[in-house]
Write a new protein. Sequence first.
Length: 83
Amino acid sequence: MPGHITFRENHTGAFQFGAVHGDIDYRLEPFHDEERLKFSWEGADEMDLVSGRGWAIIADGQLQGRLYFHEGDESGFIAEKEQ
């Protein structure tokens, strides 16, 4: 199953990447000459509760960002809008 990330207009969202899924609370903020979406999240990695933060920007027609686990790993991601 491919990963996905969803941002809703009410500053919430959700994601699934492999065995990790989470609920998102985000805000838009100025970043250089653009806007960046910053978020916190909480969810599960298999059966373990996990949380963290992340950010995303739109660049080259793609959503590009980074996901951080609290006191743990981090990972970059690139997403394209579902057709």
